[in-house]
Design a protein around this ligand. Sequence first.
Ligand code: NAD
Length: 446
Amino acid sequence: MQLTIVGTGYVGLVSGTCFADTGNDVVCLDIDEGKIERMRRGESPIYEPGLDDLLERNLAAGRLTFTSDREQAYSNPDFIFICVGTPSDEMGRADLKYVLAVAADIGTALEAQGPVEPGTPGPIVVVKSTVPVGTNDKVRAAISSHTSKPFSMASNPEFLKEGAAIHDFYKPDRVVVGCDEERTGSQLRRLYEPYVRQGNPILVMDIRSAEMVKYASNAMLATKISFINEIASLCEAFGAEIGMVRKGMCSDKRIGNQFLYPGLGYGGSCFPKDVLACISMGEESDTPARLLEAVHLVNQKQRIRFIGKIDEHFSGEVAGLKFAIWGLAFKPRTDDMREAPSLDIIRWLLERGASVCAFDPVARERAAECVQGDITFADNDFDALDGAAALVICTEWPEFRRPDFDEMRRRMAGNVIFDGRNIYSLPLMREHGFSYYSVGRRPQLS
Ligand code: NAD
């Protein structure tokens, strides 16, 4: 099948490459010409495990092409996937300007094409971006305002996780398709069949429900994170230990143990904006999303609480001290810095006159674009420690889990670790003589 993917970010590039890998002809369109040039050379503009090989293979096979030329991209595909960003606007609503600009482009391109034979169905325009309920109607109207040529609409929210995106695309828990024509549903089923060979479902439903599934899923996951973080705060206040509480609680099969880890709160390009978008949908419809308002507040407070621990330990006097930061991206195995908790912590330290030396295995370049001031980036985790008063762990990369603690002590000027991901046990920290602050456990001073 002929596919056009519009927007080559984390979702568009992964989807386009994986669709090409099962034999489809895929054209990826982006307005960022620099990005297009890099991808034509086989260079992925994002870090995503496994993507480079897949990109190279499908480029070489001629199934995957990249362009910034709208006319070329929109000439006769079976499917057009809209994968552009939907960031929060200043009111917290999902900003649809990129999605609607693409809709206008599609309408204009369809209109410019020659006459169509009667009965020809036209392309299926698939909204893969995460959008508020009702957006497909807006996209349909925006396209129709530029053309009377036929096309169909579908919603196909994406559930991949950065850092495991190729795996998730190839083995999705489910594929959700929203449509209002039988043909659209069966065409999308055919496209996705190679990815659900182990029997995971392709759920075909109405468009509005499909749009809602994505928000409901992200809102639920964000709620789990804020829930466990709130319990962690109570543990700290009352001297309980969140690790034990988690185990006791999660042994109940009704609760389960996934996505219930205390930490610095959720970040990234999805949960923060999708929770806000749900809250906005509630406000617009006079159906206040009280639970999600609390989820958002707890999440914001989580970073502030953690920063408070640093502030308190140093009695408000961090100016002139050097801090080592391990991990910058909002989670391991990605270079995505959007809404990363590390940024709030680093900015706070720099504003108060501390200096920072940071290490992240893949996010250094992107992080450097996000922060200015007295910050340097180390080539490895240990170099970041030299002369540091304290180490702050912001991302749980596996390589941080079992470092040489004696070497750490030798390199650091101080002996304090602020661990925002609870990657060490209290006995381990005691054994190596560190003062240790974590989440949901009382500080252990050495
Ligand atoms: P992104 O910001 O990484 O990429 C968006 C791309 O769209 C950019 O390369 C941009 O240049 C391009 N673009 C903007 N306007 C364009 C236009 N008119 N024509 C062509 N290209 C254009 O975004 P992302 O992280 O891939 O997210 C895309 C959507 O998917 C969002 O709605 C997001 O919520 C959703 N989503 C993201 C993830 C994720 O993990 N990142 C997962 C599931 C769903």
